[in-house]
Write a protein that binds this ligand. Structure first.
Ligand code: NI
Length: 260
């Protein structure tokens, strides 16, 4: 059974057929999905969406690019929302220096605050980091993130840095990018990483894998990603599916699985 550790089914792209699409996921062999929030409004939608589907879990948090909307008041609301049932992580949070805005100072401030929230609630974190490798690692270390646990979403950095995160016990979210022709650096990372550190993610509706690249992504497309990982690691497709599903359950501490 397949576990999608990172999807955005609250996105507008699913407005027309969200219900029927989610209903169909178990038929595609999908055992679990974590719907990851990016903004305050998507936190609201995530908390309500997970109530309707037994296989759907939620992560609550504000993406670095959306942090300008946070205030003490809305953060207090976010804290309460993170205590909802079926919320299994704080995310996606982090730093995104690809865009000028919001100011890096603002991004860092709310990254700190949301890491503190994760610590307070005893939840793992889902990290978004783009062109901000050094600051991300430094802040995670300041917060003893190795104890929090979590996943680096859509890992895009070097093999050297991957070794740092591996030491911290983090999981690596591997998605559609690994199937792209120009994904040389990521292929190297996936080849190197022990299978027990890898989890599958779609980032749906974004980043659909080859051969459906460019289309609206959804959890059933994880099979293409699992196939590519199997090729790179020279193991069977079934092993990738089974082991990454176990990893996902450990990452999000489901079924009483021990964190490790
Ligand atoms: Ni995402």
């Amino acid at each position: 059974m397949i576990f999608d550790t990172h999807a955005h089914y609250d996105d507008d792209a699913f407005d027309e057929d969200r219900e029927s699409l989610l209903d169909s996921l178990p038929e595609h062999g999908i055992e679990g999905v974590v719907n990851v929030s990016a903004s305050l409004s998507s936190c609201r939608q995530t908390v309500s969406l997970v109530e309707s589907y037994p296989f759907l879990y939620g992560a609550v948090g504000v993406h670095p690019s959306e942090t300008a909307e946070l205030t003490e008041e809305s953060f207090a609301w976010l804290k309460a929302a993170a205590r909802s049932s079926k919320v299994v992580a704080v995310g996606e949070i982090g730093l995104d220096y690809y865009w000028e805005e919001p100011d890096h100072k603002i991004q860092k401030e709310w990254f700190h605050r949301q890491l503190e929230l994760a610590k307070e609630l005893g939840l793992p974190v889902i990290i978004h980091s783009r062109e901000a490798a050094n600051d991300t690692l430094q802040i995670l270390k300041e917060h003893s993130a190795a104890q929090l646990g979590g996943v680096i979403h859509c890992y895009s950095y070097s093999l050297e840095l991957a070794k740092e995160y591996e030491k911290m016990g983090f999981y690596f979210g591997i998605g559609g990018v690994v199937t792209f022709k120009n994904a040389k650096k990521l292929s190297e990372v996936v080849t190197y990483l022990p299978l027990e550190r890898i989890v599958l993610e779609t980032d749906a509706p974004y980043l659909a894998p080859v051969p459906v690249r460019g289309s609206r992504n959804f959890s059933a497309n994880l099979l293409y990603i699992a196939q590519r990982i199997a090729e790179l690691k020279n193991i069977s497709y079934e092993e990738v599916i089974t082991r990454t599903c176990e990893n996902a359950r450990k990452l999000y501490r489901l079924n009483g699985a021990e964190y490790g």
